[in-house]
Design a protein around this ligand. Structure first.
Ligand code: DGL
Length: 274
């Protein structure tokens, strides 16, 4: 008999909740577990080795909790750890389980969305330095010109619930202007960090109307739906009782306080040690 398990969604902290919201809208029937490594967040400023080590620990934990499929709903973890985990670790840990990221689904869409073929990427320092977006885009669409901008203040603004306040305007405008100054022909910008949808009103305030934003939540939800359809051997191992259970490496009360900014609905939270 196959042991059924939930779909796991992992993030360094709270940002992956924006992705979980959208995944559940597209695929409400499944059970989900969400793990936020809140005690060690942010990942965006950490080295390649550390992000890889932390992410691998989280993936192993989520497998031990019964998940057959883990979504790295964190651009930094997807950029710095996904490839190694898929290629080096999974074959040893359990080749029948899967780990997917959030970068590829957005990258696949940019050619269709951009008319000018000049695309911008906003992300953490780690995601930008990894060059994951330019590398992945150039593999699929070598003619597309990619410019990037790291926005180190945006995650703390969101996590401190300052995204709607006046102080956020300065930092949002600063990075939008910097990105657009790098390439005046940009017509499409990927929000390459799970926290940034929370700043969308401010971002739109400083973005010329002819530039479109690519938000990952819906794209990842759609792409996961398609993945499960194409991989019945994984789909049939996913339990379907529409439940969501949250785990955090921080204190439960602290998680509940901030997670409410990102997630609508009841929060059943447990502490976990990685
Ligand atoms: N969730 C991360 C991402 O999407 C950003 C937060 C962090 O730096 O840990 O890149």
């Amino acid at each position: 008999m196959k042991e059924l398990g939930p779909i796991a969604v992992f993030d360094s902290g709270y940002g992956g909740l924006t992705v979980l919201n959208k995944i559940r809208q597209h695929l409400p029937q499944y059970d989900y577990i969400y793990l936020g490594d809140n005690a060690r967040t942010p990942y965006g400023t950490r080295s390649f080795e550390v992000v890889y080590e932390y992410t691998l620990e989280a993936v192993k934990k989520l497998f031990s909790m019964g998940a057959h499929l883990v979504i790295l709903a964190c651009n930094t973890a997807s950029a710095k750890a996904l490839r190694n985990i898929q290629q080096k670790d999974l074959p040893h840990i359990d080749p029948s389980r899967r780990v997917l990221g959030v970068i590829r689904p957005s990258v696949e869409l940019v050619d269709e969305l951009s008319q000018t073929k000049h695309v911008g990427v906003l992300g953490t320092v780690g995601t930008v330095q990894s060059e994951s977006y330019p590398i992945e885009i150039s593999k699929l669409y070598p003619e597309i010109v990619v410019s990037q901008e790291a926005c180190p203040m945006w995650v703390p603004l969101v996590e401190n619930n300052e995204s709607k306040e006046g102080g956020a305007d300065y930092f949002v405008k600063q990075h939008i202007d910097a990105l657009l100054n790098k390439d005046k022909q940009i017509d499409t910008i990927i929000l390459g960090c799970t926290h940034y949808p929370l700043l969308i009103d401010k971002i739109n305030k400083y973005l010329p109307g002819n530039i479109q934003l690519v938000e990952q939540g819906d794209i990842v939800g759609e792409s996961l739906k398609d993945y499960l359809y194409r991989h019945p051997e994984i789909e049939e191992k996913c339990s379907k009782k529409s439940s969501v259970q949250f785990y955090t490496t921080e204190q439960v009360s602290k998680f509940k306080q901030t997670a409410g900014i990102f997630f609508e609905g009841e929060l059943n939270v447990q502490h976990v040690v990685l």
